[in-house]
Ligand binder design. Structure first.
Ligand code: PPS
Length: 288
């Protein structure tokens, strides 16, 4: 199917019709945030389902029941997706949600609440690689073509949720103050217990070292890949075909080195660098 048949357009963003509808976007706009809600924000392929594993455990003190009994998309639903309306009444308190929305698309009640946001950022070179494989396995996304063609689409924002640079800029320049915390996928890979301690402190949880270690073990790539509530094996193959590429694919930092030619990399870095050059914030890692 063509991109036009697979995506709907909203606020200049392309969103997969399989998981989004104009009703779900209206529901998101009218959603009432509570002060104790916690929202993980990501550009796609930056650590979303990882946060769907982590947040319930940090919030409930390490009780594994949610990750053992509830699929990730209902456990910590996407603000913008169709499932939210179906499960919102069953979410435990405090509620945890995820979103791929850029900041300017967030609903009014988010701004009026004290809900906290955790922005997880991943190096765009690895984001585009992960996204490329995801586009091959997801039956509800257009065929990505060659890696080079897909990188071009990514740089032009012709992929779901638009340009990576716009997303990062929008969340880096908010006035959320101490309501927002920034975390990187790379830091989580390097030292998950340290990242969990930061998340726990930010959310006012006082987790023991023993609980932190337990959560880290159950949120490892290996544990999540084996967890049918988190690895998308419950989704029919026509929507997600793990024979083409598993959702939990490699879970590493630096796979971009296996995909970019020197020329493509130079162009990628030049476009991204230019789009960020006037920004006052700095990225948490060097782009090259
Ligand atoms: S999505 O479609 O936006 O919800 O995808 P998202 O969950 O943001 O990103 C998927 C990538 O995150 C990796 N992942 C992990 N890496 C390391 N450890 C853990 N526990 C983990 N959980 C998810 C997943 O493997 C995808 O990255 P790639 O590079 O494709 O492996």
């Amino acid at each position: 199917m063509s991109p036009g048949e697979l995506y709907l357009q909203n606020n200049g963003l392309l969103l997969p019709k399989e998981t989004h509808s104009f009703e779900s976007l209206k529901f998101a706009q009218e959603f009432t945030f509570k002060d104790n809600d916690v929202l993980a924000v990501t550009f796609p392929k930056s650590g979303t389902i990882w946060m769907q594993e982590i947040l319930p455990l940090v919030l409930n003190g390490g009780d594994l029941t949610p990750i053992e009994t509830i699929p990730n998309w209902d456990r910590v639903p996407w603000l913008e997706e169709k499932r939210l309306a179906l499960v919102v009444d069953q979410l435990p308190s405090p509620r945890a949600l995820v979103t791929h929305f850029p900041y300017h698309v967030m609903p009014p009640s988010f701004h009026n609440s004290k809900a906290k946001a955790i922005y997880v950022m991943r190096n765009p070179k690895d984001v585009v690689v992960s996204s490329y494989y995801f586009s091959q396995m997801a039956g509800f996304l257009p065929d990505p073509g060659t890696f080079e063609e897909f990188v071009n689409d990514f740089l032009e924002g012709k992929v779901m949720f638009g340009k990576w640079t716009d997303h990062v800029k929008s969340w880096a320049n908010t006035e959320l103050g101490d309501r927002i915390m920034f975390l990187t996928y790379e830091d989580m890979v390097k030292d998950l217990p340290a990242a969990l301690r930061r998340i726990s402190d930010f959310l006012g949880r006082n987790l023991s070292e023993e609980v932190i270690e337990k959560i880290a073990e159950h949120c490892s790539f290996k544990s999540m890949k084996a967890n049918k509530m988190s690895n998308f094996s419950l989704v029919p193959k026509v929507f997600m075909d793990s024979d083409r590429s598993p959702f939990l694919r490699k879970g590493v930092v630096g796979d971009w080195k296996n995909h970019f030619s020197p020329e493509l990399l130079a162009r990628f870095l030049s476009v991204i660098g230019k789009e960020l050059e006037t920004e006052s914030f700095s990225l948490p890692w060097s782009l090259d």
